[in-house]
Design a protein around this ligand. Structure first.
Ligand SMILES: CC(C)(COP(=O)(O)OP(=O)(O)OC[C@H]1O[C@@H](n2cnc3c(N)ncnc32)[C@H](O)[C@@H]1OP(=O)(O)O)[C@@H](O)C(=O)NCCC(=O)NCCS
Length: 144
């Protein structure tokens, strides 16, 4: 049974490191991790943290209204495709709606674009590079 809970920034770091920063020399701590409006979600299988995601009140000038940015979306490899990423996002949508958020946006790695499309996100604009990770799209989901 999977449970989605709010967790601290520090709790996200091991999963971020393992899934998002292997062989990638970028920080696993993000600007805004400790801002008071930021929240972090974790998916637990029994007592094991198997997926994390972070939500920061960062505006993107391409969108209007209250916005949050999704960052550090990561599920441990052995649990990918088992529905936990989707569960975390569904919980986030509820929290963000309570906070009157109009748009949730992210810089999506190419390999994750189809995952986000399935969760109701759309791509915005052209593909761009974030070195050394590779190609990304801005993606967004309108809430409400
Ligand atoms: C992308 C990622 C966060 C998705 O999380 P997840 O827990 O594996 O996703 P879920 O199991 O909830 O998947 C929900 C649906 O999306 C599909 N899906 C998941 N990852 C996918 C992918 N990369 N491409 C296409 N479809 C994908 C699942 O098959 C599932 O489909 P269904 O609802 O028809 O059964 C996860 O695979 C991951 O950590 N990948 C590596 C790191 C990464 O790329 N993070 C995103 C950075 S922007």
């Amino acid at each position: 049974m999977i449970q989605i809970k709010e967790i601290s920034a520090q709790e996200t770091f091991p999963v971020r490191l393992e899934v998002l920063r292997k062989n990638i020399a970028l920080p696993y701590e993000f600007n805004g991790d400790f801002n008071s409006e930021t929240f972090h979600l974790g998916a637990f299988k029994d007592d094991e943290l198997i997926a994390v995601s972070s939500y920061m009140k960062t505006g993107n000038s391409n969108f209007e209204g209250n916005q949050y940015q999704l960052r550090g979306m990561a599920t441990l490899t052995e649990y990918q495709g088992s529905g936990v990423g989707k569960l975390m996002l569904q919980q986030a949508f509820l929290i963000l709606k309570e906070r009157n958020t109009k748009v949730l946006w992210c810089n999506a790695r190419i390999a994750a674009v189809n995952f986000y499309l399935k969760q109701g996100f759309k791509t915005f604009g052209e593909k761009f590079d974030i070195l050394p990770v590779g190609a990304h799209y801005v993606m967004f989901k309108e809430l409400n």
